[in-house]
Design a protein around this ligand. Structure first.
Ligand SMILES: Nc1nc2c(ncn2[C@@H]2O[C@H](COP(=O)(O)OP(=O)(O)O)[C@@H](O)[C@H]2O)c(=O)[nH]1
Ligand SMILES: [Mg+2]
Length: 430
């Protein structure tokens, strides 16, 4: 019996579909193909084969069959793909036949990717990027996830890691020399400076906007007194009747959140209960409280009320609404819109998109998620400790901690590489 199960799953969408791609990965993948197709097609060449049920010989489908010998495959194992006709019965028939083959079982969720990670084909960051890529709904989400999945961040981490190993090796060398020659005070300022440099490089990346912003969308909150036109403007922005509009003050009482993509950028628009002093309605009061909280958390606040009443907010945008009415309120430095006639709407959207671009991680660059930020912050912190350590042994320990944090980032934790780097530097007859 093999120590690793061979797994299979339909990797394309739910049937019925034009084509259903069945993937098989593991030590018995090619045996399974032989069992169904009779012979094994040449590696990496799409070949047309009749697939028969190995138990009773009945024809199941005629399919394109591809085999990829490991370890240079997506999973790092022998991998096969059956491009089936995507009908429900065809797919089910093949699944049943595969399930009856010795050593094969259905894959669990994410198991192909998990194997890719276990076999060193991708690291944790790339796996996360891949998950984000599959979940991406807007252009910016897709590009950022693609950068992460494509290994841009992993390559950067690898560079930092090498720098870190070099510093550790230099320190190790100093410690050894001080043992042997007893030359008294050693000078560690080189290593200290190296730590500071690396600390700064890593900290720089922590200043980028977080990936969560990209995932959840920029929070744009519409606020102002009752009847100032918030709900109407929200509906116009998201191009549908998400919020109820009426001229009765207090119509919107709870937050209404609408995710929408404008020019490929994810936004979360929030309509709020109008702020007024004289409401006796308990529910409306709760609504106003929620409105206050939403405003505090907003990435951008569109204020439709009088200029003098505007709340304090770092990204406040004055909106002069209902511009089609002769007696509408005039404001200075405001974006002038009429949700009713559409006047000024393209300008408002362009303004929002322009500012969103500055607030989101740049596209095609990786955006760091919470786990990654957390571990990078740890790494930077240990480096800063190391740079200030007076005792070389403490410095070595801080560097070791920094490396462990970086290794947790990629999901690698071996010390083998550390030794390689160390001995690589010491081939001077030692
Ligand atoms: N003429 C005109 N009326 C508007 C405009 N926007 C909203 N209104 C009207 O103003 C009233 C209050 O609108 P609403 O969106 O419910 O305001 P909210 O209380 O701030 O959410 C409604 O009767 C709307 O039809 C606009 O751009 N032009
Ligand atoms: Mg409203």
């Amino acid at each position: 019996m093999d120590s690793v199960d061979t797994i299979f799953a339909l990797s394309s969408g739910a049937p019925p579909s034009a084509i259903g791609v069945m993937r098989i990965s593991g030590p018995r993948a090619f045996d399974a193909v032989k069992a169904l197709a009779g012979t094994l097609p040449p590696a990496r060449k799409a070949s047309l084969r009749k697939l028969h049920d190995p138990e009773n010989g009945s024809l199941l489908d005629e399919a394109l069959v591809l085999v990829f010998p490991g370890p240079a495959t997506a999973t790092g194992e022998d991998l096969a793909e059956l491009h089936l006709h995507g009908g429900r019965a065809v797919v089910r028939g093949i699944e049943n036949a595969l399930a009856h083959i010795q050593g094969l079982r259905r894959a669990e969720a994410g198991e192909f990717t998990r194997r890719a990670f276990a076999n060193g084909r991708i690291d944790l960051n790339e796996a996360e990027g891949l998950a984000d890529l599959l979940a991406a709904e807007t252009e910016w989400q897709r590009r950022s996830a693609a950068a992460m999945a494509g290994g841009a961040f992993s390559a950067q981490v690898e560079q930092w890691r090498e720098a870190l190993l070099r510093l550790a090796a230099m320190l190790e060398a100093e410690l050894d020399f001080s043992d042997e020659d007893d030359v008294g005070e050693q000078d560690y300022s080189n290593i200290s400076n190296g730590c500071i440099e690396l600390h700064d490089a890593i900290s720089g990346h922590l200043n980028y906007p977080a990936a969560e912003k990209l995932r959840d969308g920029l929070r744009v909150v519409l606020a102002g007194p009752p009847n100032s036109g918030k709900s109407t403007l929200l509906n116009a922005l998201v191009s549908r009747e998400a919020a109820i509009v009426s001229d009765i003050a207090g119509t919107t009482r709870d937050l209404i959140e609408v995710p929408v993509s404008l020019e490929g950028i994810p936004f979360l628009f929030t309509d709020t209960a109008g702020l007024r002093d004289e409401s006796g309605d308990v529910i409306e009061l709760i609504g106003m409280e929620r409105a206050e909280r939403a405003m505090a958390e907003a990435d951008m606040l569109l204020w439709l009320g009088p200029q003098g009443d505007a709340p304090k907010h770092t990204a406040l945008v004055q909106i002069e609404a209902k511009a089609d009415l002769a007696d509408h309120t005039r404001k200075s430095d405001a974006i002038i819109v009429s949700a009713r006639t559409g006047q000024g709407m393209p300008e408002l959207v362009a303004f929002l998109v322009k500012h969103a671009r500055d607030m989101l991680p740049p596209p095609d660059a990786f955006a760091l998620n919470q786990r990654q930020r957390h571990l990078l912050r740890d790494t930077a912190l240990f480096l800063s400790h190391a740079s200030r350590a007076h005792d070389p042994l403490i410095m070595a320990e801080e560097l070791r901690q920094a490396r462990l944090a970086l290794d947790a980032l990629t999901g690698r934790a071996s010390t083998e590489d550390m030794l390689d780097a160390l001995f690589g530097r010491f081939c001077i007859g030692k």
